[in-house]
Ligand binder design. Structure first.
Ligand code: NI
Length: 414
């Protein structure tokens, strides 16, 4: 719960102090101070979300909590895409509308931490840090509301459901979330980075993510009489190896692509040849031309092997697939400058992880950036999506400061 903290300075005094002219240093000083002032509340909110995780499109309690917090500040939150929420902050001067996005969903993982704030929902866990994103964006909403008279343009706070596979961003866009947004920013807490480091990269930063399924149909029967069957499992090793050869033999070694096929489903018994065999996997790339080529070759290979061995096969991709997260070059440069005083800023390598933030960037310019949360001394070292994943809460204030400065950015950079 947010407490009604005393403003750092009264607005009328602040206006005199700044002589109604915003200065970068003053904004920075104010944002850092305000973010530190609400650290206790940030931890409280993050732990509330952490203890009550909800997965894709079921974020009802999470959404209600966010709505309440926004209303307490003074916003009129609006529901979108089921459990998604937006809230608009109108500045007093004209300018662009900046979208600030936090994702809301948890994962189907059983938490194995021994912290007091461990998940209270069996089998579900905030193991990616989306609990922290929501807390930080609520913190920023509070700070930016307080200083709205200094904003040029508007800020749209976007709380998005179903990032983990449900393409919540895509659904929100279809329901008009970007209709009044000019630029968008997203933040992800990031375990590969040391606590407090800010990771930024221009261009492709997270991979496109396609989920696919290969269904091979043959003719089942007794395993002792394979000649009376058409065994679909017999061609699985060939298809598997051939698909890997697309990456190793047909893609430029300087390009990046990953094809993983971790799901094999065939017979349940040693003596039964199945009539169907299913493979499931994921394709990750940073370049759409490479992606298109691999998909074309996957279809040819699956069809070719199936026909050669009297089977029928179909390769299907689950839609919509997540595009590559591509950070706008100019905007990345601009925000690197804005955020530099909060640093250290690190130029990070691209990740083959996927992110549906990419859908927003297909419509408007945007940047997706990272905040380090790794702290070996506190034992916070486990990767995202791990049952022992945790975040270093001492950096929550910085997440708030990042969102706040991004919200302010047009006020002092243009
Ligand atoms: Ni995530």
């Amino acid at each position: 719960m947010l407490k009604a903290n005393k403003p750092l300075i009264k607005l009328n005094n602040a206006a005199q102090w700044w002589n109604l002219k915003l200065e970068k240093e003053k904004i920075l000083e104010m944002v850092i101070k305000e973010a530190h002032d609400i650290e206790f509340n940030l931890v409280e909110m993050r732990r509330h979300f952490h203890m009550h995780p909800e997965t894709m499109y079921e974020e009802e309690n999470t959404a209600s909590y966010i709505e309440n917090e926004l209303k307490k500040i003074g916003f009129s939150p609006v529901r979108i895409a089921g459990t998604g929420i937006t809230a608009i902050l109108k500045g007093t001067k004209d300018g662009k509308t900046i979208g600030l996005r936090a994702d809301m969903d948890a994962l189907n993982i059983t938490e194995k931490n021994d912290k007091l704030y461990i998940s209270q929902i069996p089998g579900k866990m905030h193991a990616c840090g989306h609990d922290a994103h929501m807390a930080c964006l609520l913190g920023a909403a509070r700070i930016l509301w307080k200083y709205k008279e200094f904003l040029n343009g508007n800020i749209k706070f976007i709380f998005q459901p179903a990032e983990e596979g449900g393409a919540g961003a895509y659904k929100m866009i279809n329901e008009g979330v970007l209709d009044d947004v000019d630029e968008i920013f997203g933040l992800h807490v990031w375990i590969p980075l040391e606590s407090g480091e800010i990771g930024i990269r221009s261009g492709p930063v997270m991979a496109s993510s396609d989920i696919f399924e290969i269904k091979i149909k043959g003719k089942g029967g007794h395993a002792a009489f394979p000649h009376l069957c058409i065994d679909p499992s017999a061609i699985v090793p060939e298809i598997y190896n051939a698909l890997q050869k697309i990456i190793s033999r047909e893609i430029d070694p300087l390009e990046t692509a990953v094809l993983s096929i971790p799901v094999f489903k065939g017979s349940n018994a040693h003596n039964i040849i199945p009539s169907r065999f299913t493979l499931k996997g994921t394709l990750r790339t940073l370049n759409s031309t490479v992606r298109d080529y691999i998909i074309k070759r996957m279809h040819e290979i699956v069809k070719g092997y199936a026909e050669a061995w009297r089977c029928k096969a179909e390769l299907q991709f689950i839609e919509p697939s997540y595009p590559t997260v591509i950070n706008d070059e100019d905007l990345t440069e601009k925000i690197s400058e804005i955020l530099a005083p909060l640093g250290p800023i690190t130029s990070i390598p691209p990740s083959m992880g996927g992110e549906d933030f990419a859908f927003y960037q297909q419509k408007v310019s945007g940047v997706f950036l990272f905040l380090g949360i790794k702290n070996s001394e506190k034992g916070i070292i486990h990767p995202h999506h791990h049952p022992e994943f945790d975040i270093d809460e001492s950096v929550l204030w910085k997440g708030v400061a990042i969102y706040s400065l991004l919200g302010f950015n047009k006020s002092f950079i243009t």
